[in-house]
Write a protein that binds this ligand. Structure first.
Ligand code: MN
Length: 239
């Protein structure tokens, strides 16, 4: 049986009449589908108990990219550079992430999802890399194509990520202006950019809780190593 992979949605507006919608990028859906999983889009819900019931029926959870988490979730007040929070989405994703961590449900975090996983474990974020770490390189390459390889990452040798990508150095896209700061409980760094920015993590003692700051879903159609990340995730969801 193909494992069901939940992908939480965000709120958007229809271009023609501004009617509100819940959705997510097609690239995540396709990457999971190509890997043999059954993607299931999850809307933000207001009832956290209902969310746990839903999470119990999933075989895996994919936390996608998106806007900035409200800094209140990691005990900070928002700085001017921080984006406008999406309250429902924050609550939904943090509840699902905490449930996946407790229930040992496989979870793959991408970009915002990488940050959600760290915050769910009590970690914090740099609200804006360019103001907090002026020496860092540019990671916010939203003016380039989404598959533009902005920088390389150095991967922890012998790690699960090194096995998936089949390399210790990997050129990645970079579409983020925030980054992990203090690590959450049990979080282990798997990869960093040349400037030290954390680009991948996993959670100790969990069968599969892995997250990356880059966007493998945008590279995967033309890049086998990126697609292998989804294949490994879907395999973990089959157990
Ligand atoms: Mn980056």
């Amino acid at each position: 049986m193909r494992p069901v992979i939940g992908i939480p949605c965000y709120e958007a507006r229809r271009a023609d009449n501004q009617r509100p919608l819940y959705g997510n990028n097609i690239s995540y859906v396709r990457a999971v589908e190509r890997a043999g999983g059954l993607p299931l889009l999850i809307p933000p819900l207001q009832d956290a108990d209902a969310l746990v019931g839903l999470a119990d029926r999933l075989d895996g959870l994919l936390l996608s990219g998106g806007g900035d988490l409200a800094p209140a979730h990691y005990g900070e007040s928002p700085r001017p550079e921080c984006g406008v929070p999406e309250v429902e989405r924050d609550v939904t994703e943090l509840a699902l992430a905490r449930h996946a961590l407790l229930a040992k449900l496989p979870v793959l975090g991408i970009c915002r999802g990488h940050q959600v996983l760290n915050v769910a474990l009590g970690g914090t974020l740099y609200q804006d890399i360019s103001t907090a770490l002026p020496e860092a390189r540019r990671h916010d390459c939203h003016d380039r194509a989404r598959d533009y390889r902005a920088h390389s990452i150095e991967i922890e040798p012998g790690s699960r990520l090194a096995a998936m990508l089949g390399t210790r150095q990997h050129a990645v896209n970079s579409l983020h202006h925030q980054a992990l700061h203090r690590l959450g409980e049990g979080v282990r760094v798997l990869a960093r950019a040349e400037d030290g920015i954390i680009e991948a993590i996993e959670v100790r003692g969990h069968p599969f809780a892995l997250a990356v700051q880059f966007h493998p879903e945008e590279l995967a159609p033309a890049d086998e190593p990126s697609q292998r990340l989804f294949s490994a995730f879907v395999r973990a969801c089959q157990r």
